[in-house]
Design a protein around this ligand. Structure first.
Ligand SMILES: NC(=O)c1ccc[n+]([C@@H]2O[C@H](COP(=O)([O-])OP(=O)(O)OC[C@H]3O[C@@H](n4cnc5c(N)ncnc54)[C@H](OP(=O)(O)O)[C@@H]3O)[C@@H](O)[C@H]2O)c1
Length: 254
């Protein structure tokens, strides 16, 4: 059984979707939780109530992870209020659905700042807290199939996820000796607010049905959260610099 009692976990973008499921799952396993949001205060507060009812400490922090100052303030708050940080799940992401040929410089820079640079800000600002963690601290970044596949209108986000995976491996190299594991969960398609905005969502979900190799069982945010839980726990102490795909087999189905 995974027991994260006494540990403190920050999940970025945990007001909704996959981040929310990760925060709740880590709380169920015993961790105290820092919920991060940028616009959805009501949703963040609602999750905080659910986590409190599990008997965990919970902190709600508004911070735009693409802004270095916000990330530094969030880490200072965690140090002051929670006194430690053992698990960092870098989940928040953005990026609209458009062809690369129609992308503007602003589209690129917003997406790269939120999806890639945020991980570097978070680790740089949080490393002193993470390395104080007893046992190995865990950093888990959330990626998608766009990192290695060509998906219509997903070029900017896909490119950002490829960079995110590479940065995670290089961070593992730099942080491994300092008691920190850095891994990636590469999730398949999950129904969330972001996927409901995909212009061809019906087609994508239909192809997920054809490609999944798990019968009538389709990927949920909770399945992704279970993979994150594993990589946040001592069971994965010897998993380092890896990308774990969780998609019901869709990516390897010809
Ligand atoms: N859904 C999928 O099929 C899928 C598949 C593979 C990978 N992923 C990855 O999983 C992660 C979560 O995706 P999702 O589908 O759950 O997204 P979502 O439902 O759109 O939720 C996005 C979350 O990120 C937060 N956020 C966005 N920009 C932020 C910023 N600059 N600073 C702080 N928080 C920010 C949002 O906060 P507010 O609520 O406050 O706006 C929200 O909590 C992303 O990394 C995504 O690429 C998703």
């Amino acid at each position: 059984m995974i027991d994260l009692s006494g540990r403190v976990a920050l999940v970025t973008g945990s007001s909704r979707g996959i981040g929310r499921a990760c925060a709740f799952r880590l709380a169920q396993a015993g961790a105290d939780i820092v919920i991060n949001y940028v616009t959805s205060l009501a949703a963040a507060d609602e999750l905080a109530g659910e986590i409190q009812r599990l008997g965990r400490r919970v902190f709600v922090v508004k911070a735009d992870v693409s802004e270095r100052d916000d990330v530094e303030s969030m880490m200072a708050f965690i140090d002051e209020q929670a006194g430690r940080l053992d698990i960092l799940v870098s989940n928040a992401a953005t990026g609209g659905f458009r062809p690369l040929l129609a992308a503007t410089e602003r589209n690129f820079s917003t997406t790269m700042k939120t999806n890639v640079l945020a991980l570097i800000h978070l680790v740089q600002a949080g490393v002193r807290l993470l390395e104080r963690s007893p046992g190995r601290a865990k950093v888990v970044a959330i990626s998608s199939h766009g990192s290695h596949m060509a998906i219509p209108m997903y070029g900017i986000v896909g490119g950002s996820k490829a960079a995110l995976e590479s940065f995670s491996r290089h961070l593992a190299l730099e942080l491994g000796e300092r008691g920190i594991n850095v891994n990636v969960v590469k999730a398949g398609l999950v129904e969330t607010d972001s996927t409901s905005r995909i212009p061809y969502a019906d087609q994508l979900f239909a192809s997920r049905k054809l490609r999944s190799m798990t019968g009538d069982r389709f990927l949920t945010a909770e399945d992704v959260a279970d993979a994150v839980l594993f990589l946040s726990s001592p069971l994965s102490d010897m998993v380092q610099g890896e990308t774990l795909t969780i998609d019901g087999g869709a990516a390897v189905h010809a």
